[in-house]
Design a protein around this ligand. Structure first.
Ligand code: UDP
Ligand code: MG
Length: 136
């Protein structure tokens, strides 16, 4: 049984700033995730607030929106077998201190907020998040 999926990855400002985009994309492609589309952009705080609205009740929401809009990001559509879960595994835990060896956040994350990457967490959110950045 195959379960081909698409998911959204975001390379966050801290990683773009350190020129880590190519290394991070290599981790995806080496793990059988195909890059369907990608683009670099700099979103406004309002756009970040819309993107992260599932977190609007959280104490870190305002800081999170400031952060995602603080510099250029790269948004990437990944496709592959179980792509949503696979991307989450490659990313590692939200707090880089708790991320497993070899994961993107363990390798490159600076702190719980500057944790280098975002990844969709469910099929529903993957669809919504891909449409958010790649509207036809
Ligand atoms: N975040 C934060 N402080 C926290 C928890 C989360 O700054 O205490 C940020 C962090 O950048 C994280 C994002 O909010 O990546 C979204 O949180 P979520 O729990 O969805 O983590 P993720 O799905 O990114 O692992
Ligand atoms: Mg999340």
């Amino acid at each position: 049984m195959s379960n081909n999926e698409r998911t959204l990855s975001i390379i966050k400002p801290d990683a773009i700033e350190r020129n880590l985009s190519e290394q991070i994309k290599l981790i995806f492609t080496k793990n059988n995730l195909t890059i369907i589309d990608s683009k670099k952009l700099h979103i406004s705080k309002d756009e970040a607030a819309e993107f992260y609205k599932v977190h609007q009740s959280k104490p870190f929401y305002d800081q999170l929106c400031n952060y995602l809009s603080s510099g250029p990001i790269e948004v990437i559509i990944l496709e592959g077998e179980n792509a949503i879960l696979k991307n989450r595994e490659l990313m590692g835990a939200t707090d880089p201190k708790n991320a497993k060896e070899g994961t993107i956040r363990k390798l490159y994350g600076i702190s719980i907020d500057k944790n280098s990457v975002h990844g969709s967490d469910s099929a529903g959110n993957a669809k919504t998040e891909i449409n958010f950045f790649f509207k036809k």
